[in-house]
Design a protein around this ligand. Structure first.
Ligand code: SAM
Length: 189
């Protein structure tokens, strides 16, 4: 399933055409940060690293993963400019094997990328006890952004199975000027 708009080349072209610039971290992540426990963080589908660099600048040990070579190159340069160190992985987050060598994390952040449920299961197995899988993205197609289609939307129902399996699952729907979003947080058992 093609998720979030395009393949590796599409994203490389998109990042190559973009000014390399450190964007502001996701506001919802900033609001959540005081509930994260210290420990290693994995940022999945990290893009140019606005969230990874934000967390690294607060002292978290961050690994950032994306399949776009250009995004990873920009992230490394921006991290250097920001004076932080981030471990980077160029890899496909739709493939379970990508995560196997990465070890365990206290927090896994997935912002604006829709995972398959197979990968959600894989990521939960990479959380240390009390760790959080923090997922955030659109839950409705915004009228102002034609790049977002229904296949990109997060669906709360997809995550209720984890509640039935005994995980704590917190969901929060909210609206900003950019559209309607949902933040889904799954706590490791
Ligand atoms: C909408 S951007 C979000 C970037 C970042 N998480 C943020 O919030 O700024 C989606 C990112 O997902 C990456 N991506 C898409 N499909 C991927 C895949 N299969 N494996 C790894 N990264 C992927 C793209 O390269 C892009 O950086």
């Amino acid at each position: 399933m093609a998720i979030y708009m395009g393949n590796e080349n599409w994203w490389d072209d998109r990042f190559s055409g973009r000014e390399k610039r450190l964007g502001k971290p996701e506001e919802k992540l900033v609001a959540w940060e005081n509930r994260l426990l210290p420990g290693p963080v994995l940022d999945v589908a990290c893009g140019q690293g606005r969230n990874a660099i934000y967390l690294a600048s607060l002292g978290y040990s961050v690994t950032a993963l994306d399949f776009s070579r250009v995004a990873i190159t920009h992230l490394r340069e921006l991290a250097k400019e920001a004076g932080v160190t981030i471990a980077t992985v160029q890899g496909d987050c739709q493939c379970r094997d990508t995560f196997v060598p990465l070890g365990m994390f206290q927090t896994i952040v997935v912002n604006h990328y829709r995972l398959t449920q197979e990968i959600v299961g894989e990521l939960l197995s990479h959380l240390t006890p009390d760790g959080l899988l923090w997922i955030n993205g659109f839950c409705r197609c915004p009228e102002t952004n034609p790049n977002i289609t229904t296949r990109d939307l997060l669906n709360v129902e997809d995550y209720m199975q984890y509640k039935e399996r005994g995980y704590d699952v917190l969901t929060e729907q909210y609206e900003t000027d950019l559209g309607e979003f949902v933040c889904i947080v799954i706590k490791a058992q």
